[in-house]
Design a protein around this ligand. Structure first.
Ligand code: GDP
Length: 445
């Protein structure tokens, strides 16, 4: 996006649908004059809502047709606004006719154009109102569907995570400054004390980055985690997913081998978004399509964060499914309504998807496992693969640093490490990165 920043942009900030109130937001140098023109009023005070009627420029033939709506007008003076520019807001009745008329009218005013997705936030970023991490936090907040997602996005948006990255960058730059002082004096040996201090600083930064990279919970909370239901045909996998979904999401059939592809439902467990996969039954098969389904099921089993490995209570465990039991699995024995006296091994779960018995206990166990493994009180430092990639890059440069290297090369590694971290918060700007990030936003944000 290479549009001049001095144009005035506008967009509907509320959903394009019938509603009580609709808000149109205008940002740029003409925001105030636009508000004055539409309302026919002068003297707008910053941050004060004011009742107003909004008019289209009157065609002389029929002055009565010029009223569009009455509502509220608001003016925010630069730099004290969301974008850091002059901003006006029109709060009108949420009728599609009114919204269309106002947007059409704004398009016709000279120097004004509709905002592109994320353009308000992009301007806020360019005007120093927020850094990239905070902007991403805002986008995530708008997208948040579960409590944990909301909490994480809010933490990110309010600067908690930015501080971590800024501290890292400052620490690297401090070490760099210590060494750079000697570049201009090649005949002087760097004192051992300086080398030791730099080495120690770099080591502590490496540890901080490594421990951040080890955590995956930020990405899991943002993107959701996955649970695969696995087991032989007919053990009741589809019935379980339907029970959990509370609706007929998977086809339940007594013909073995019905679920040949993967069926997914979304759930909220322990405040985290969860994708639950129903997979093809695992067994020896001659059927090409079924074999493909089984291959996919096993691939999903590999990707899943948690596996629910299912058996029929009272029957011997089939070896294909038993092979999937691991640290990340819960073992489920289904159909306890037909085999009520089946011996259930300790640590395994007994359910009947038919009667619903044991399902609550299973859900509680799942919540417990998810909470233990994926949520924590401390804020996640990495919430996107972008952060992970740049942080790994920074670590690679720090790992290459060696005090025995020629000084210029050693400094260059530190400089590159600081640069990679600067790209995370946007201290170092790269235009194409900005395009990718802000285009993911919705229009009007
Ligand atoms: P899948 O092939 O593992 O997905 O199994 P389905 O969910 O399609 O179920 C296979 C058959 O077992 C169907 O006839 C279901 O009605 C039946 N079934 C599933 N769960 C139970 C249960 O808890 N008790 C009983 N009695 N039958 C069940």
């Amino acid at each position: 996006m290479s549009t001049a920043q001095n144009s005035t942009i506008f967009a509907l900030a509320t959903p394009p649908a019938r509603s009580g109130v609709a808000i149109i937001r205008i940002s740029g140098p003409q925001a105030l004059s636009c508000l004055e023109q539409l309302s026919g009023k002068q003297g707008w005070q910053p941050n004060m809502a004011r009742h107003a009627r909004f008019f289209a420029p009157a065609p002389s033939s029929d002055p009565s047709s010029t009223l569009i709506d009455s509502g509220l007008g608001l003016f925010f003076k630069a730099p004290k606004s969301f974008t850091g520019e002059d901003v006006a807001e029109l709060h009108v009745h949420g009728s599609m006719a009114i919204i269309r008329e106002l947007l059409d009218l704004l398009t016709k005013l000279p120097g004004m154009r509709p905002a592109e997705p994320g353009e308000f936030s992009r301007r806020a970023f360019l005007n120093g109102k927020m850094d990239l991490i905070e902007a991403e936090g805002l986008a995530d907040l708008i997208e948040a569907e579960t409590k944990a997602q909301k909490r994480q996005a809010l933490e990110q948006m309010t600067g908690g995570i930015s501080r971590f990255y800024e501290d890292l960058r400052t620490k690297i730059i401090r070490s760099l400054a210590l060494l750079e002082a000697y570049i201009d004096f090649p005949e002087e040996d760097i004192p051992q004390a300086v080398l030791a201090e730099t080495q120690e600083n770099i080591h502590s930064i490496q540890l901080l980055i490594k421990s951040a990279l080890e955590q995956r919970q930020g990405e899991k909370i943002r993107e959701g985690l996955s649970i695969a239901i696995l087991g032989a045909p007919n053990v009741g996998k589809s019935s379980l997913i339907n029970r959990l979904a509370g609706r007929e999401a998977a086809i339940v059939s007594h013909h073995a081998g019905t679920t040949r592809d993967i069926i997914e439902i979304q759930m909220d467990i322990a405040g985290l978004p969860v994708r639950l996969w129903d997979t093809a039954g695992l067994r020896e098969s001659q059927d090409d399509i079924e074999q493909e389904g089984i291959r996919r099921a096993l691939a999903r089993a590999g990707e899943a964060d948690i596996k629910l490995v299912m058996f029929e209570a009272g029957r011997e465990k089939d070896p294909e499914s038993a092979a999937l039991i691991c640290n990340n699995s819960l073992i489920i024995n289904n159909k306890i309504d037909i085999f009520p006296r089946a011996a259930i091994a300790p640590g395994e779960y007994a359910i009947s998807t038919r009667t619903g018995e044991g399902i609550d206990l299973l859900l509680e166990a799942l919540s417990h496992v998810i909470r233990q493994r994926f949520s924590s009180e401390s804020a996640a430092l990495i919430t996107r693969s972008r952060h992970r990639a740049l942080l790994s890059q920074a670590l690679a440069h720090l790992d290459r640093y060696d005090s025995a290297m020629p000084l210029e090369l050693a400094c260059e590694e530190l400089r590159q490490a600081a640069l990679s971290i600067g790209k995370i918060t946007g201290k170092i700007m790269v235009d194409d990165v900005l395009d990718v990030i802000f285009k993911q936003f919705c229009i009007g944000k």
